[in-house]
Design a binder for this molecule. Structure first.
Ligand SMILES: *[C@@H]1O[C@H](CO)[C@@H](O)[C@H](O)[C@H]1NC(C)=O
Ligand SMILES: *[C@@H]1O[C@H](CO)[C@@H](O)[C@H](O)[C@H]1NC(C)=O
Ligand SMILES: *[C@@H]1O[C@H](CO)[C@@H](O)[C@H](O)[C@H]1NC(C)=O
Ligand SMILES: *[C@@H]1O[C@H](CO)[C@@H](O)[C@H](O)[C@H]1NC(C)=O
Ligand SMILES: *[C@@H]1O[C@H](CO)[C@@H](O)[C@H](O)[C@H]1NC(C)=O
Ligand SMILES: *[C@@H]1O[C@H](CO)[C@@H](O)[C@H](O)[C@H]1NC(C)=O
Ligand SMILES: *[C@@H]1O[C@H](CO)[C@@H](O)[C@H](O)[C@H]1NC(C)=O
Ligand SMILES: *[C@@H]1O[C@H](CO)[C@@H](O)[C@H](O)[C@H]1NC(C)=O
Ligand SMILES: [Cu+2]
Length: 408
């Protein structure tokens, strides 16, 4: 079955289709734009505004029809607005990175004394996020719940920054397309006190790396070593790596392996996977969720050149700690990267809310290996040491369930 629509989804469906009637709008296609408009971001910005208009229309109408159809007071108007990092004022940036550092210093909140011997690398509240992502890596990528699980995961982290560490802002995101040509020159990575921390220390004379899984050989990036300046320069990563090339990986899943936070900003990846052209074609040319989620992650049957997708491009384009499939949340940048991934899914959903709000496809195992059941919106998504399980169907709407946010 191509999509699953629940009772609540049907409500959305009715209202959204009414909107189509009102505006006569069609889901936009790549062919609506010139190659230049696709390449320079005009098209992407245009469709992201369309998605916001759809979201607002739907929100305004569902909330005026009556209390029986809504369990939330969240509206488009009162939702928190997630912004791109570079549009935050300096005080908010500092508030954010200070809170992120704080979470790395707080003790675990969920791991019990009985459990701790099995998780020697879990030393902090932040490590509980890393360990949980490690634990479920093969159940949350190339699965039906890739987008949904990560949406919930970054929401929990944002709430912890606020509730445990005094952050007063909203989770920001990183629009890679703005930096795709030269991520090493991005305002995010200047290394000053108001940045997301520097690139890794430059390591010269490295050779190309071959990745067996993707059968891709890539050149070294512009850093490679430890993050040396800015808010995360003293960060010690405790868990992983589990799957890095050219690096001693851990010998047990949750081994304590203290080392510096590393980055290797690499235009090879961002120029190939994170340009406005890459974003816009992925967004507009994949009308089925099965294709949209696969192409976004580089599991792309139709394009053998797409081995990473926008998701893999952001991870490998940052490099270092972010390249490790399992332990990548060790770098706080993970949460800005997945903010953009979530924005990307939110835009896709809102471009055709009728069909896309509650549509899922796939199983709960990476590449369905080993084979597992098709997921449904009644399934519970596990959050290990982060939080209790969450019903899949409650993660589909950023203005519903536990959420009340949108992107700018
Ligand atoms: C998208 O671009 C078209 C053509 O320039 C314009 O008519 C339309 O208003 C734009 N839509 C939004 C939501 O910005
Ligand atoms: C929504 O707001 C109304 C009026 O302020 C309040 O009575 C109700 O409890 C709220 N509902 C939820 C789900 O927050
Ligand atoms: C963030 O800003 C708020 C308001 O100024 C302040 O109370 C809080 O301590 C700050 N948090 C951090 C982690 O700096
Ligand atoms: C890199 O290689 C060049 C040329 O072989 C050599 O001069 C230089 O010392 C090397 N640098 C490092 C850091 O190894
Ligand atoms: C990193 O640690 C050193 C030594 O303790 C300290 O001087 C420096 O201020 C720290 N930097 C940051 C960004 O916390
Ligand atoms: C894993 O074990 C091997 C062999 O004992 C060792 O060389 C390597 O350093 C270990 N890896 C880590 C990260 O501890
Ligand atoms: C991504 O877009 C660039 C142009 O911006 C293009 O050269 C590259 O081939 C695209 N990547 C893929 C995987 O299609
Ligand atoms: C890992 O998964 C198992 C099985 O679902 C669960 O019991 C355990 O609590 C999880 N640990 C973490 C850190 O997520
Ligand atoms: Cu992930």
């Amino acid at each position: 079955m191509m999509y699953t629509i629940l009772a609540t989804g049907l409500l959305v469906a009715t209202l959204a289709s009414a909107q189509v009637g009102v505006s006569g709008a069609q889901t936009p296609q790549s062919s609506d734009y010139t190659p230049q408009q696709i390449a320079d971001g005009t098209a992407f910005n245009n469709v992201s505004r369309m998605a916001l208009e759809n979201m607002q229309y739907n929100s305004d109408h569902r909330n005026t029809i009556g209390p029986s159809i809504t369990t939330t007071n969240c509206t488009y108007e009162n939702a928190q607005q997630r912004q791109e990092w570079r549009t935050l004022d300096p005080a908010t940036r500092k508030n954010f990175t200070s809170a992120a550092t704080c979470l790395m210093k707080l003790p675990p909140t969920h791991m019990t004394t009985a459990e701790s011997p099995y998780y020697p690398g879990v030393k902090s509240r932040h490590d509980e996020y890393v360990a949980t992502h490690i634990n479920y890596t093969l159940n949350i990528h190339d699965t039906a719940d890739f987008f949904a699980w990560h949406r919930m995961f970054i929401h929990f982290w944002e709430q912890d920054l606020k509730n445990l560490c005094g952050y007063t802002g909203v989770l920001p995101y990183w629009n890679w397309a703005l930096d795709a040509a030269a991520p090493q020159d991005s305002p995010l990575f200047t290394g000053d006190a108001y940045s997301m921390g520097s690139n890794g220390k430059y390591i010269a004379n490295r050779t190309d790396t071959w990745l067996a899984l993707q059968d891709v050989t890539f050149p070294p990036g512009t850093g490679g070593g430890c993050v040396l300046s800015g808010p995360f320069s003293n960060t010690t990563v405790h868990l992983g790596p589990l799957d890095l090339p050219n690096t001693p990986n851990v010998n047990s899943t949750f081994q304590y392996n203290p080392r510096c936070l590393a980055r290797d900003l690499n235009p090879y990846f961002t120029q190939t996977y994170n340009t406005y052209t890459n974003l816009t074609t992925t967004l507009l040319d994949n009308i089925y969720i099965s294709n949209f989620q696969s192409v976004s992650q580089g599991y792309d049957a139709a394009n053998n050149a797409n081995k990473f997708g926008v998701h893999g491009g952001g991870h490998w384009g940052t490099g270092g700690s972010m390249s490790d499939f399992h332990s990548s949340p060790a770098d706080p940048l993970f949460f800005l990267h997945h903010g953009m991934i979530d924005r990307f899914w939110t835009i896709w959903q809102n471009l055709d809310l009728y069909r896309r709000q509650n549509v899922i496809s796939g199983t709960s195992t990476l590449g369905n290996s080993p084979p597992s059941a098709e997921m449904t919106l009644e399934d519970m998504l596990p959050f290990g040491f982060v939080a209790g399980d969450v019903r899949f169907g409650d993660v589909m709407d950023t203005l519903g369930g536990a959420f009340c946010y949108r992107y700018d």
